[in-house]
Ligand binder design. Structure first.
Ligand SMILES: [Zn+2]
Length: 313
């Protein structure tokens, strides 16, 4: 069995978005005590890194960071585009989301863990340098990539985003960066409307962004075929030193926000493949961070399937 650490923290339960799809109940379902019914060997770990603010400021503008902090101090409310709800503790929850990813990075880089799964909320892949967007406050996986480079001396990082929405925020941060390979599979057309196949990066980063728009109602077989024949060779050829998964589960057939047709088996297959690529090119180093996934049963079962697959030798 490979060592896969699982990160969850009760502060996610205080990111109270009320009657919103990106809700507290998502965190409740992913609580280790509940997940152990599905993954008995689950290895839940505490968050140990606590300087998220410094790392957030490497990618986000100080004014934006301060705006989020102040909005929450003042009781919360809607941010920027109006689809991102905050409560008084949302800023702390957002710091914890980043800290969990950084803690996971340390665990994998020191060899304590082979893989790690972070399921804290809020998610991050839509957040932009100067604004919140799509239920995301700070770009968790983008910050994680920078942390791996600057703290752990890595150079080449690959980020695979299988959330059903285009990871526009992550793409933005690395669009002209040749060292961070960003791959997104997403339903298209669908909000946020970016992620067409001709978006391939720019300048020195040209070719280091790969977008795979997928039509609504595409079958699981066709989706997985694209993953196997396009994503896997591209990631392998890039030869990253670390693999990050922006793991949303809203491409599940039961999800209310989109029309793709994945099942738990699809998430298992993608996890097996990426784990294989990580084993081939970067000593198995792989971390996934939760993004979307709004059918609670599908979310819980898919996260369990993904985690179990990483744990299996
Ligand atoms: Zn999504």
């Amino acid at each position: 069995m490979t060592r896969t650490f699982y990160y969850w923290d009760a502060v996610s339960l205080e990111h109270d978005t009320g009657a919103h799809v990106e809700c507290i109940e998502r965190s409740e379902r992913l609580r280790p005590e509940k997940m152990r019914k599905l993954v008995p060997e689950l290895d839940a770990r505490p968050i140990e890194v606590h300087n998220a603010r410094d790392w957030i400021l490497k990618l986000h503008l100080p004014d934006y960071h301060d705006f989020v902090e102040k909005t929450c101090e003042n009781g919360g409310g809607l941010l920027d585009h109006g689809d991102t709800v905050t409560s008084p503790r949302s800023y702390d929850a957002a710091l914890a989301s980043v800290n969990a990813a950084l803690t996971a990075a340390d665990a994998v880089m020191t060899g304590e863990a082979d893989h790690a799964v972070s399921v804290l909320r809020p998610p991050g892949h839509h957040a932009l340098p100067d604004c919140a967007m799509g239920f995301c406050l700070f770009g968790n996986v983008a910050i994680l990539a920078r942390y791996l480079q600057e703290r752990h001396g890595l150079s080449k990082i690959a980020i695979v985003d299988w959330d059903v929405h285009h990871g526009n925020g992550t793409q933005h941060f690395f669009y002209s960066d040749p060292d961070v390979f960003f791959v997104s599979l997403h339903q298209y057309p669908l909000w946020p409307g970016t992620g067409r196949s001709h978006e391939r990066g720019e300048g020195p980063g040209e070719g280091a962004t790969l977008n795979l728009p997928i039509a609504p109602f595409t079958t699981e077989t066709d989706f997985l075929s694209k993953f196997e024949t396009v994503v896997l060779p591209a990631v392998t050829d890039f030869r990253p030193e670390f693999l990050i998964v922006s793991a949303g589960y809203d491409a599940h057939r039961d999800d209310p926000l989109a029309q793709l047709q994945l099942t738990e088996d699809g998430f298992i297959k993608m996890t097996q493949w990426l784990k294989g690529v990580a084993g081939d090119v970067c000593d198995g180093r792989l971390i996934s961070c939760l993004e979307g996934g709004y059918n609670l049963d599908a979310l819980q079962n898919s996260v369990a399937a993904h985690t179990r697959t990483l744990m299996t030798s």
